[in-house]
Design a protein around this ligand. Structure first.
Ligand code: ZN
Length: 369
């Protein structure tokens, strides 16, 4: 899932995301709550309508930003008090409030409010954090069940502001014509729980089992990629994944490098999000079939070749490394756009290949397995 922090995947317009085959993007509740405000987005008809994205959307709970962007936060059993990084104003987030904000934004998938345990965290700290996350998961889900029908888009048509032709048919979310074979849950908002537990496998297990009992629509593994060594990330995923139902989406939050997402997908992870392909692109780091390429390097100044010879994205088909380097050196706005489009195409290509491989394995005759 490309990350659209402020309601935009930075530097890339929605129609380009569509042409890249993006099925779902992520919005950040914390940022959208502070600006332009969830009530404003609700009045406009929800985040889909506001950003003109008729496909699937996921919002996080705001918890990660509350904890990572606020040194002066105060955590109690009830919730978290924090100061806006924009103007210093004071705000209080509870699980109920996080769900209310997410319902106002009206994504297709919302996340339970959790505390992302920092790394490293000693055992008492991880236990205390987990106690909070599990209590907040229960409160998030109860509040979601009581209020999810209040989404601003419920069953409404999706139409662009000029009343013109709606964008391509929906992949998920509001306004998608329902067919008789549709899973009824596909046309309502869903709520995912988040497994925490620091780097302690028994705490992860305990959390996963409790969340599965609560019966969420899907499950995320959170609190990873927070500075721990990669073997530890892998160990936590490998220990937690088998405890989560195979017939529901399993989502690892905040990962990762191209080889990581391929590895996790092959382990059975269905969803991942990361700012890496987009953020790295804006800093001139391109992911390619030949490895990482820093387009700022002088060696590309007169390189007429495409960014990635094995890529057939719209950037690699048309532009040279020399041109991308020049745009970057000149701080041109197009630089971020072209670099990001290629990196997204590269990441999406990995996931497409994994999906194709899984499908052909499934389609292969039983004797061949
Ligand atoms: Zn490309």
């Amino acid at each position: 899932m490309p990350v659209g922090t402020q309601g935009t995947v930075k530097a890339v317009p929605q129609e380009t995301l569509e042409s890249l085959g993006v099925q779902i993007i992520l919005g950040n509740t914390y940022h959208l709550y502070l600006r332009p405000g969830h009530e404003a987005i609700r009045r406009i008809g929800g985040l889909h309508k506001f950003i003109s994205w008729p496909h699937a959307l996921l919002t996080d709970s705001g918890g990660f930003q509350v904890f990572s962007l606020n040194e002066l936060r105060k955590v109690t059993d009830d919730g978290v008090r924090f100061r806006s990084h924009l103007d210093g104003s004071s705000h209080f987030f509870t699980p109920e409030h996080s769900i209310d904000v997410q319902i106002a934004l009206g994504a297709d998938i919302c996340m339970a409010f959790d505390e992302c345990t920092e790394y490293p965290a000693d055992r008492p700290r991880a236990e205390e954090s987990l106690r909070l996350t599990m209590a907040w998961a229960r409160r998030s889900l109860d509040h979601f069940h009581a209020h999810s029908h209040e989404v601003p888009w419920h069953e409404q048509e999706f139409l662009p502001p000029n009343g013109g032709v709606p964008p391509v048919p929906r992949i998920g979310g509001p306004g998608r014509p329902r067919t008789s074979t549709d899973d009824p849950s596909a046309s309502r908002m869903q709520c995912f729980g988040i497994v925490q537990g620091g780097m302690y496998t028994d705490l992860r297990r305990q959390c996963a089992e409790r969340l599965v009992e609560m019966d969420f629509d899907g499950y995320a593994i959170g609190g990873l990629s927070v500075g721990e060594p990669r073997e530890l990330t892998l160990e936590m995923i490998a220990e937690t994944l088998p405890l989560l139902p195979r017939d529901k989406p399993r989502y690892v939050m905040g990962v990762g490098y191209p080889d990581e997402i391929e590895q996790y997908a092959r382990m059975g992870v269905d969803m991942m999000d990361c700012v890496l392909p987009t953020r790295a692109a804006r800093h001139g780091l391109l992911f390619t079939s030949e490895g990482r390429l820093n387009i700022k390097n002088k060696q590309y100044a007169e390189d007429k070749g495409p960014p990635d010879p094995a890529c057939d994205c719209m950037v690699c088909r048309r532009y040279s490394r020399a041109y991308l380097r020049h745009l970057m050196q000149s701080s041109e706005a197009l630089s971020g756009t072209l670099n990001t489009i290629h990196n997204l195409a590269f990441y999406l290509g990995i996931m497409r290949r994994v999906r194709d491989a899984l499908q052909s394995e499934r389609a292969a005759p039983v004797l061949d397995r």
